[in-house]
Design a protein around this ligand. Structure first.
Ligand code: ARG
Length: 390
């Protein structure tokens, strides 16, 4: 009997070659595609897999689950890796691992496989996820074993075996896309003196094409969750989609990062995440209005650790779960509206409004109606400075 294996299949070059390679090694392959808002449509995927006789394909639309169970907790936590990466790729991997395990369990498969490289973070995220959820599953990682050690050799292999691949101009870069953003690497970007060319970008138009007239948008949050855009209620997936369009037009959310990978190397990645940056900025702004300073200070530390856990593939860890519980506790009053002005790549705060606002104009004012007791200041400073006086 053939050994049954479920392959996390994206339709890209790597996983297309993996499919053939695994079949040739005697596996009965079942493909599983997680639709998190990637570049390939379900119809394209079905066509590609149909070329392989007897290969079953599962396509799961996981956008809702991705938005509510993965993106939202990270947004509430303020998770930002190394100051520039809102974790669009990293957040998707544990979800893919979860459903890969589910399909394997359903199919009674004892193997799972993926098309991640040996030097990347994604192999770590997917495999740690799989092991955390079903440690009995055996993992096959073709890219760590096979002789196809460059993109060129993979393309040649695909051509030789008539594997359908889409080689477009964009493919000079390696692109990973989902609703939370796009990660772009490789090609000319490996030379740190090269700027990305405009055709690298998927969601954003160039700064020079972005309108010079600002656009105002208002986002309403309820307990940390964005629920309305310009007073219109939208589910999170639709809201993110709209913000990607609006932000993309204004060239919002492009970053260029030299990042520290789990495997110890530094690499360069370009990100574009318009909706993610807009929501992250608005959420943080609302928190600064409604949370007390000790919670805010502490939450910054949590955000840093949270981003590292997500980046390093430790989503299904006890610490991540505990941090989620802490963060959730801080969100009770994170309700209100933030108005932003978008213009030429900038996100500018225009208005803040919340019934839980801790801002008291009568204390902050330098004008009439000041209620701050200035007589208290000197005594306060005497006591506050006490520990530092020699
Ligand atoms: N560097 C990012 C991360 O580790 C993205 C990895 C995938 N990038 C890509 N262009 N395929 O999360």
């Amino acid at each position: 009997m053939k050994k049954k294996l479920v392959l996390a299949y994206s339709g890209g070059l790597d996983t297309s070659c993996c499919l053939k390679w695994l079949k040739d090694r005697g596996f009965e392959v079942v493909c599983f595609s997680a639709d998190l808002g990637s570049e390939f449509s379900p119809a394209e995927l079905m066509k590609k897999v149909a070329k392989f006789k007897g290969v079953k394909l599962y396509i799961k639309d996981l956008k809702k689950e991705f938005a509510n169970e993965y993106i939202l907790p990270a947004l509430k936590a303020g998770a930002l890796y190394q100051g520039k990466y809102l974790l669009n790729t990293a957040l998707g991997r544990p979800l893919i691992a979860k459903h890969l395990v589910e399909v394997a369990n359903k199919e009674g498969a004892s193997f799972v496989s993926h098309g991640c490289t040996a030097k990347g973070n994604d192999q770590v995220r997917i495999e740690v996820g799989v092991k955390s959820l079903n440690s009995k599953l055996k993992i096959v990682a073709p890219l760590r074993e096979w002789e196809l050690t460059s993109r060129e050799t993979e393309i040649a292999y695909a051509k030789k075996h008539k594997i359908p691949i889409t080689v477009t101009k964009k493919k000079i870069y390696s692109i990973d896309q989902n609703i939370w953003g796009v990660s772009i690497e490789a090609g000319i970007l490996e030379d740190l003196n090269n700027e990305p060319t405009e055709d690298a970008f998927v969601l954003t138009q160039s700064l020079s094409k972005a309108p010079s007239k600002p656009q105002y948008i208002t986002i309403e949050f309820k307990k940390g969750k964005p629920i309305k855009l310009n007073n219109k209620a939208l589910d999170l997936v639709a809201l993110i989609g709209k913000l990607n369009k609006i932000g993309g037009k204004h060239c919002i959310g492009r970053t260029d990062l030299i990042e520290d990978r789990v495997v110890g190397i530094k690499s360069r990645e370009i990100y574009e995440a318009p909706a993610a940056w807009i929501l992250h900025t608005a959420h943080k702004e609302l928190e600064s209005l409604v949370l007390d300073k000790e919670t805010l200070y502490f939450k910054e530390l949590v955000a840093l650790k949270y981003s590292q856990l997500v980046y390093q593939g430790l989503w299904f860890s006890a610490l991540k779960e505990s941090l989620d519980n802490f963060v959730e506790g801080t969100q009770k009053k994170v309700s209100g509206k933030i108005t932003l002005k978008l213009c030429k790549g900038n996100i500018i705060i225009a208005k803040r409004n919340s019934s839980f606002s801790l801002y008291k104009k009568e204390l902050a004012t330098y004008g009439e109606g000041d209620k701050f007791d200035r007589n208290c200041a000197q005594g306060f400073i005497n006591i506050w400075s006490q520990p530092f006086i020699g």
